[in-house]
Design a protein around this ligand. Structure first.
Ligand SMILES: Nc1ncnc2c1ncn2[C@@H]1O[C@H](COP(=O)(O)OP(=O)(O)OP(=O)(O)O)[C@@H](O)[C@H]1O
Ligand SMILES: [Mg+2]
Length: 252
């Protein structure tokens, strides 16, 4: 008997309805957590979990990108996933059609997202700060994974767009790092035709702010360097007042 999810090529119902009928939807990522307009689902069927990503509601007027553009980005994400195999990249098991566009069925990654809204990023209990407090060698192992993946992607022409800590899922118990949401990566080089591009400025290269600039492999390198700076340096202003006066004394 075909698998209820992986063996289906097209559905007539809404994805939520379909998924609820074949398994347990244990998580939904929509407007309350994402600003993309996409809606994604965590679904469990028997013992196996999947992450199913859709372009969301075609009539939602809120998102920056319209539904057709969001659906096109999901197709781009499928192209990227199929072009590269790397342990940090979740497997794309299947793509199916629905009345609201493509549904991408990925391997479910256990772990916590390393990105956090600015208001929570400095919270010592956030995954972002717990990750930064790991032994440097462990953080370096994760950076190696990220760099190896991006070297592989760059070799086949993919240029980073909108890579940031919100693309990283880290499992603190197994030490596995996953890289997700590479939907905006583009086959490069290409010219920046919008000025400030999508992305978190903490991770962006200067050319991503300047219309007319070339976005290419060097952009990848800058973004990768920013990842090291964010996770390994003491760049976050976390000095206590006594540490601050001490460091000011040292600089004096
Ligand atoms: N394979 C996966 N397994 C488990 N959780 C995942 C997986 N991929 C993504 N997630 C979780 O789902 C959330 C939404 O996924 P994703 O970032 O791909 O969606 P998006 O709609 O493009 O979001 P954004 O608005 O940040 O662009 C992620 O922030 C992450 O917490
Ligand atoms: Mg996204």
């Amino acid at each position: 008997m075909p698998h209820p999810l992986l063996g289906t090529t097209s559905i007539d119902e809404h994805p939520r309805q379909f998924l609820s009928g074949i398994g347990t939807v244990f998580e939904e990522f929509g407007a309350s957590t994402q600003d993309s307009g996409n809606i994604s689902y965590g679904i469990q069927i028997d013992e196996e979990r999947f992450f199913v990503k859709t372009a969301g509601d075609p009539d939602d007027p809120e998102p920056f990108l319209n539904h057709a553009d969001r659906a096109a980005l999901l197709r781009n994400a499928a192209l990227l996933s199929r072009s590269c195999e790397h342990p940090a990249l979740p497997d794309l098991h299947h793509v199916m059609n629905s009345p609201v566009g493509p549904m991408l069925v990925y391997e479910w990654l256990d772990g916590e997202l390393l990105g956090a809204p600015r208001s929570l990023r400095d919270d010592p209990q956030s995954a972002h700060q717990r990750f930064r407090r790991l032994p440097a060698a462990q953080i370096e192992r994760c950076l190696d994974q990220i760099y190896e993946l991006h070297r592989d992607l760059a070799r086949i022409g993919w240029v980073t767009v909108d890579f940031y800590d919100g693309c990283l899922i880290y499992d603190f118990s197994s030490g596995r790092l996953g890289v997700v949401d590479l939907d905006l990566y583009r086959e490069g080089p290409f010219r920046n035709d919008i000025g400030r591009m999508f992305g978190s400025s903490r991770f962006m290269a200067p050319e991503e702010f300047a219309a007319g600039s070339m976005i290419d492999k060097q952009t990848n390198v800058f973004v990768m360097g920013r990842a090291a700076a964010v996770f390994l340096s003491d760049g976050t202003p976390r000095l206590t007042s006594s540490a601050q006066s001490h460091s000011e004394g040292l600089c004096a």
